[in-house]
Design a protein around this ligand. Structure first.
Ligand code: ADP
Ligand code: ASP
Ligand code: MG
Length: 412
């Protein structure tokens, strides 16, 4: 008997009809080979946004603890509804909230990290032949506060539960039929990958491909959980996210990603002295804001410009901090631009092939797209561009690196 964790995303539980279809699918999976199924559910699509808006209508910056209490209700509702739909089909099922399983997290409301999972209650339910229906996205801290795991966090709930149960597979059932070479909504020529390595998926997820939450991929890699991303609408096979295999490096670029959640801050004419970066970025980092790309220009007459990006959601918090420090250290001023995007190409093949960056810049130059910032790692190159060129850049880079390179659609 295998243990299969199935995570159903927002669209997949978006209506009562969809919840009925999910219940049918869970029942079928169990009946087929007598496998044990643990379902993990997201809130019905749009629900989390709706709840956040309700809070914001009352207060521009609601207290994070209460926001988590509120947001967690979305998953609570869908877990109960799926359990009811299963029971209606004669399938024994029981819903579990984060604190009932005990998905223990730290206390970083809105972006909590899972510390430990106590799975006794899930194991007992499985032993009784029940389908545990787990509310995704939520946990509980040491003081019994409800926490949430960051947007898209049900993926991470599912992988964490799969790791704790040593499940055979964690299926991510969503509204696309797999992981594509780029977002199929932006580029119709995008192709489904049969397999992708954890490291490539990690880069794609961090660079804006929201099909999997970044932390879910980190957890899958750490605990070697095989992840199968597939559609909830039919039984077709999707994309396996797995350990790197022989041959994966043969493909230069596996994917192109677009990250719209970026903002750029430039501190102008900072006196170029040791400790400058730490003074400017220290307070931002202490506030839990992830600074991504950083550029420091060559010094002119003892002054230098420093530019970096932060997540758009943190921009309003980061800017005043930077303005304050900039004034303290005698910088000329701070300019910012939230109308930027990050476009990236990712592939294991870049480790062994030179010249990808040059070709990437060439493709963008041909379209007259100005590159504002560049950063590279072993398996990715990212550029920051004016937001209006984001989709065009994705399509052109996809054409140059994926469509014109091979006809197979990646690791297939
Ligand atoms: P769910 O609600 O099931 O969690 P999400 O909306 O979080 O679904 O993730 C699925 C979406 O991710 C797709 O509808 C697609 O638009 C988007 N996406 C972005 N990049 C990719 C990619 N490379 N491959 C597949 N889907 C992608
Ligand atoms: N409902 C949460 C969100 O919209 C978590 C999830 O869907 O994974 O972010
Ligand atoms: Mg998601």
């Amino acid at each position: 008997m295998k243990v299969i964790v199935q995570k159903y995303g927002g669209t997949s539980v978006g209506t009562l009809e969809r919840i009925q279809a999910v219940a049918d699918r869970v029942a079928r999976t169990r009946a087929a080979d007598g496998d044990a199924v643990v379902a993990v559910v997201s809130a019905m699509s749009g629900e989390t946004n709706r709840l956040i808006q309700l809070a914001r209508d009352l207060a521009p910056r609601p207290v994070e603890r209460e926001l988590d209490v509120l947001m967690a209700t979305g998953e609570q509702a869908s877990a109960a509804l799926l359990a009811i739909a299963l029971q209606q089909r004669g399938v024994a099922a029981r819903s579990f909230l984060g604190h009932q399983i005990r998905i223990g997290t730290d206390s970083a409301f809105g972006r909590a990290r899972i510390r430990r999972i106590e799975i006794d209650s899930l194991r007992e339910a499985l032993r009784r032949g029940e389908v545990p229906v787990v509310a995704g996205f939520q946990g509980v801290d040491d003081d019994s506060n409800i926490t949430t795991l960051g947007r898209g966090g049900s993926d991470t709930s599912a992988v964490a539960v799969a790791a704790a149960l040593e499940a055979d597979v964690c299926e991510i059932l969503t509204d696309v039929d797999g992981v594509y070479t780029t977002d199929p909504r932006i580029c119709p020529a995008a192709r489904k990958l049969a397999r992708i390595s954890y490291d490539e998926m990690l880069e794609l997820a961090s660079l804006g491909a929201k099909v999997l939450q970044i932390r879910s991929v980190e957890a899958a890699k750490r605990y070697s959980v095989p992840v199968h991303v597939r559609t909830s609408f039919d039984d077709s096979a999707g994309t396996w996210v797995v350990r790197e295999e022989a041959g994966m490096e043969d493909i230069l670029v596996s994917g192109v990603a677009l990250d719209r959640d970026q903002a750029k801050i430039t501190v102008e004419r900072v006196p170029d002295k040791p400790g400058l970066a730490s003074k400017l970025l220290g307070p931002v980092a202490s506030a839990g804001i992830v600074v991504d790309m950083i550029i420091q220009n060559a010094s002119h007459g003892g002054d230098t410009d420093m530019t970096f990006t932060v997540p758009l959601a943190d921009f309003d918090r980061a800017l005043p901090m930077v303005q304050k420090t900039a004034a303290e250290i005698g910088a000329a001023g701070v300019v910012s631009d939230s109308n930027v995007v990050k476009v990236s190409v990712v592939g294991l093949g870049m480790r062994s092939h030179a010249g990808v960056a040059a070709r990437m810049f060439d493709v963008l130059a041909r379209e007259n797209i100005n590159i504002q910032m560049i950063s590279t790692s072993e398996i990715k190159i990212s550029v920051v561009l004016d937001a209006k060129y984001g989709e065009l850049a994705v399509r052109e880079l996809h054409r140059a690196f994926v469509e014109e390179v091979d006809g197979t659609g990646g690791h297939g």
